[in-house]
Design a protein around this ligand. Sequence first.
Ligand SMILES: Nc1ncnc2c1ncn2[C@@H]1O[C@H](COP(=O)(O)OP(=O)(O)O)[C@@H](O)[C@H]1O
Ligand SMILES: [Mg+2]
Length: 273
Amino acid sequence: MNRKSVSFSILSGKGGVGKSNLALNISCGLHLLGRKVLLIDCDMGLANMDVLLGVTPGKHLQDILINNQDPAEILIPFGAEGRPGLDLLPANSGMAGFVDLDAGARSMLREKLNPLACAYDFICLDIGAGISPTVLNFASMTTLRLVVVTAEPTSLTDSYALMKVLSARYDVTDFHIIVNMAESREEAKRTFSRLAAVCERFLGFTPSFLCEIRADKVLTDAVRKQRPLMELAPRSPASRDCMAAAEKLDKMRGVLSAGGALDTPLRNVNAVN
Ligand SMILES: Nc1ncnc2c1ncn2[C@@H]1O[C@H](COP(=O)(O)OP(=O)(O)O)[C@@H](O)[C@H]1O
Ligand SMILES: [Mg+2]
């Protein structure tokens, strides 16, 4: 078993906070650093990574469950200028029966994905918003959990609820916070401090601050053009911030790898409650 792969999930309590765009652009950033990256669209209800990339997949993640499809045959390479090592595993949107997978389906998916995941340095899971059992289970599988918040009070309360439920159900207490659509670093730090304070007081753990991603109009253009911001405008504020996030993740991988802490990319963690 390869021990070099780091998986990370991108989570949020509330939808529309930028998870999919950050998953995409941080993945591009890691690829620019020379890493092999597998991006998996795990938003089983409202999958849209294919739309962000302007691609039309023939097969989807759900086919692994329905047709016993080999995950390697579903991959869509999307590295800039055809550079290898950056692949998407797309999912189908609007398949009501797949929004909440039962425990058997989840473990089957994990077992089928792990052999493929081992060939990558990073595996990024773009996960749906909220606190459904499937969301919680996917989040518990990854080496790292990135929680995306904005300065809106509803985003903060919803991400607090997500961390609370994950810690209670899966005993997971390590979270890395990304403050998205930040007006400034100071505002991002204030947002983080508010969230960290309630976690410390009521949950007994403190999340760590990963980075802020500035509000960036060019990101909206990239979404409309169905191209990754990192490719369209690598020097725009949000691209630079996604690059900074990628650099931090890459450093974390170095530390985890040196400490011999890397295990199977997608772990089987049983709920404690
Ligand atoms: N840093 C940002 N700057 C400006 N707009 C952003 C930023 N991040 C996200 N958005 C906007 O938010 C929208 C929703 O983002 P998306 O990644 O689809 O969210 P989620 O996956 O959390 O539902 C995007 O289409 C974009 O218009
Ligand atoms: Mg999304």
